[in-house]
Ligand binder design. Structure first.
Ligand SMILES: Cc1ncc(COP(=O)(O)O)c(C=O)c1O
Length: 426
């Protein structure tokens, strides 16, 4: 059966609006490491997916999953050594002030729980998010996922701050001055809440500002806004669903890179390498206060199979030196992207860290005019030539490159060579 028939069947049962990548959607049938194969046997380099964090179908993860699934799978209301060991191993990667973890199954659930903890523990309701954020799909989390939820549907307990855009807005300012200017937007949001009689429960931010376009965050910005929110009685909630588990190479968590320890951290996507595993890591006093009033239980969250998978992911990250790999290959990719920027006027800006890159496509370099149409053509052109990536940002003009952590310099050469050809052929 060819993929067009499958597409028709899919539309019939999943509806017209179930999202698919690319003008010619891909039917992927197999994955291994950084490679994916479609139903026609074509091979693709995966330069996009962060869920298969240690590589598609990593044998150690698959083995851990199947071994535990053959032995036992229950839930967290029984004692199980693997669940406790996983919690210990995970918490050891955080600042000591973050002492407890609650397990769940998706990033949405993690953020939903984080909002509940923050609101309950501060006895306040107001949440600050950016105006181009994605944090998930539950009712409360959709209200702070401004990328899909217009202001009139966010309710009076959500206020947004503008996406920071140092590429366009630096205008000669150093990090200190620029960070202070951006932080003043948080102060403004707090004042607006107070004018409305709403007290501040917290700020929830993706530490990569990924949907926002992976801007280069001014040094000191995160600590500065965390302080503003705490001074107003709120908590700093770091969404590590995209930035976490060593994506930036230099640190295990995005907030560590930014030098700001959160009160609550949410985890997801890469945590289970494709198995639905997510979690909330928080100050033990917050977890104590929240769970003493609210019995928190999640049937599937952190079960023995999930914990075995989570442990295997941590083991592979350590044993294969994947943070170091992200640093080394990441620097190589950035250098290659900068060479492409010298050659192709369409590339307005190149930024990134570890294995997370953003390439701004502009129609005019001086004016920095975003070119969404060309960006879309590039993404589709790359797909046609066997390299998968996507696009992000408020203007839909930023190539998003975020491969599995096992990405090598040879993979990088293929990515860069293909991008060079696609840009040349536009
Ligand atoms: C930063 C961030 N937070 C939360 C989520 C929601 O995670 P999930 O789709 O597992 O509910 C996403 C998903 O794209 C995300 O990118």
């Amino acid at each position: 059966m060819d993929s067009s028939t499958l597409l028709e069947r899919r539309v019939r049962v999943l509806g017209r609006h179930s999202p698919l990548f690319y003008d010619r959607p891909l039917e992927i049938v197999r994955g291994e490491g950084v490679w994916l194969w479609d139903a026609q046997g074509e091979r693709y380099l995966d330069a996009y997916n962060n869920v298969p964090h240690v590589g598609h179908c990593h044998p150690r993860v698959v083995e851990a999953l199947t071994r535990q699934a053959r032995t036992l799978n229950t839930h967290t209301r029984y004692l199980h050594e693997t669940v406790v060991r996983y919690a210990e191993r995970l918490l050891a990667t955080f600042n000591a002030s973050l002492g407890n973890v609650l397990f769940c199954c998706t990033g949405t659930e993690a953020n939903e729980l984080a909002l509940r903890i923050a609101r309950e523990c501060t006895n306040a309701q107001g949440i600050i998010a950016t105006d181009f954020a994605y944090h998930g799909n539950s009712a409360a989390v959709a209200q702070i996922s401004s990328v899909f939820t217009p202001p009139e549907r966010r309710g009076r307990f959500v206020r947004t701050i503008p996406v920071i855009d140092p590429y366009r807005e630096r205008r000669g300012r150093d990090d200190e001055t620029l960070g202070a200017a951006y932080a003043s937007e948080v102060a403004r949001a707090i004042e607006a809440f107070h004018r409305d009689g709403v007290r501040v429960a917290g700020i929830l931010l993706c530490t990569a500002l990924s949907s926002e376009g992976l801007p280069q965050v001014p040094q000191g910005y995160f600590p500065r806004i965390a302080k503003l929110v705490r001074d107003a009685g709120g908590l700093f909630i770091a969404d590590e669903v995209q930035a976490g588990f060593g994506r930036f190479g230099s640190h295990m968590w995005g907030h560590q890179l930014h030098g700001a320890t959160p009160d609550i951290v949410t985890l997801g996507k890469p945590m289970g390498n494709g198995h639905p595993l997510a979690g909330v890591v928080a100050r033990a006093d917050l977890v104590e206060a929240f769970t003493s009033e609210n019995m928190y239980f999640n049937t599937f969250g952190g079960n023995p199979v999930s914990a075995s998978v989570g442990l295997a992911v941590l083991d592979v990250l350590r044993d294969e030196g994947l943070l170091e790999n992200a640093r080394r290959v990441g620097d190589y990719v950035i250098a290659g992207l900068r060479r492409l920027q010298d050659k192709h006027a369409l590339i307005g800006d190149v930024r990134g860290r570890g294995l997370f890159f953003a390439v701004e496509i502009v129609s005019e370099r001086t004016a920095k005019t975003a070119d969404a149409a060309v960006t879309k053509r590039i993404v589709n052109g790359m797909r046609e030539r066997g390299v998968l990536l996507s696009r992000i940002g408020p203007h839909d003009n930023i190539l998003k490159i975020r491969p599995p952590m096992t990405f090598s310099t040879e993979n990088a050469d293929l990515l860069l060579g293909t991008l060079d050809r696609v840009l040349t052929d536009l």
